[in-house]
Design a protein around this ligand. Structure first.
Ligand code: NAP
Ligand code: GCO
Length: 284
């Protein structure tokens, strides 16, 4: 294969994926490792960090992992300093850590609202602010944010999450605007509905064994008529982390099986016997 593919290599880069013990973060980290990067990750508690270390060990991937709450600036600054000392300064940051609370807005407490905003929007601010000085000095860096369908669309019960993910789209554009001059690119991945623990409640079979109404609904809105798999997002993540995307900045790239382009069809038209169902074990 020609030299062109070297543009997609992450050889020699230090990549920090936040909240990467499982789910999409683990998938991004595996893809980055297989593309040559050194992986560092954090999670919210030691149990999750240990779970992540086990997952990476199973895959033969050497990683640095530590507890760090992305909403705690002191912990984040210490994490970045420890990584610089033990692994090297961070070249690629994926602001992946996130939570969702599915509660009707009129029933949501201010505390619950703030918890979601804190992790999903303030966390990316805190972590990006921590890695920018070294990226500015090196005049090189990649910041990739975890946007969402909810960066563009609303739906019942996810007001705080949608507000955070909409804000994260604009934070992506603002980091691009302010730091593009340092050869730092900030883009976002906008996944559709992907099979991970976070979305498992939306696929849970009904007591009579029938599909969850939301499962049928989202398939009627997805031309692919299936849920995304974490593997579906790995190629885009490597692309946005690599030199191949150096002239892309401030963009949200939607990877959603076509949801954002399709008005949808009557869910009753769908034939479950022709559908691909998720093995929830695989979606961990
Ligand atoms: P997930 O399963 O909920 O994993 C998120 C990870 O972040 C978990 O390990 C979580 O730990 C960790 N985390 C939560 N709060 C944290 C904090 N304060 N500090 C550090 N780590 C923290 O999510 P996912 O489905 O893999 O999605 C990953 C990202 O993509 C999220 O930002 C999500 O909003 C976004 N996204 C997901 C989908 C989807 O369909 N799955 C689609 C679009 C966007 P805990 O286990 O303790 O929560
Ligand atoms: C929900 C889902 C979504 C997905 C994702 C879609 O309750 O609607 O959790 O928000 O997590 O963000 O892109």
């Amino acid at each position: 294969m020609g030299d062109f593919l070297k543009n997609f290599s992450l050889e020699g880069k230090v990549a920090w994926i936040t909240g990467a013990s499982y789910g999409l973060g683990l998938a991004y980290a595996v893809a980055f490792a297989e593309s040559g990067a050194k992986i560092v990750f954090n999670d919210i508690n030691q149990e999750l960090v240990d779970k992540g270390l086990e997952e990476y060990k199973k895959r033969g991937i050497e990683v640095y992992g530590a507890v760090c709450d992305v909403t705690n600036e002191e912990q984040v600054q210490k994490f970045v300093a420890d990584v610089k000392d033990k692994v090297g300064s961070i070249d690629i940051l994926v602001n992946n850590a996130g939570i969702i609370k599915r509660i009707p807005m009129h029933e949501m407490t201010l505390k619950e609202w703030n918890q979601v905003i804190d992790v999903d929007l303030t966390g990316p601010f805190v972590c990006s602010k921590a890695v920018l000085p070294d990226m500015m000095e090196k005049r090189s860096g990649k910041i990739i944010n975890a946007c969402s369908m909810m960066s563009e669309f609303g739906r019942e019960t996810v007001s705080a999450y949608a507000a955070a993910k909409g804000g994260l789209k604009m934070l992506t554009r603002n980091i691009c605007s302010e730091y593009g001059q340092y050869n730092i690119q900030c883009n976002a991945i906008g996944p559709g509905y992907i099979a991970t623990p976070q979305t498992a409640p939306l696929r849970k079979k009904q007591e009579d064994g029938s599909m969850h109404p939301f499962d049928r609904f989202i398939r009627s809105k997805t031309p692919a008529q299936r849920w995304g798999k974490t593997e579906d997002l790995m190629g885009l993540a490597v692309f946005l982390a690599s030199p191949a995307s150096d002239f892309i900045n401030g963009q949200v790239v939607y990877i959603d099986g076509g949801i954002s382009a399709y008005i949808g069809q009557d869910p009753s038209n769908l034939d479950p016997s022709k559908m691909e169902f998720v093995d929830e074990e695989d979606a961990q």
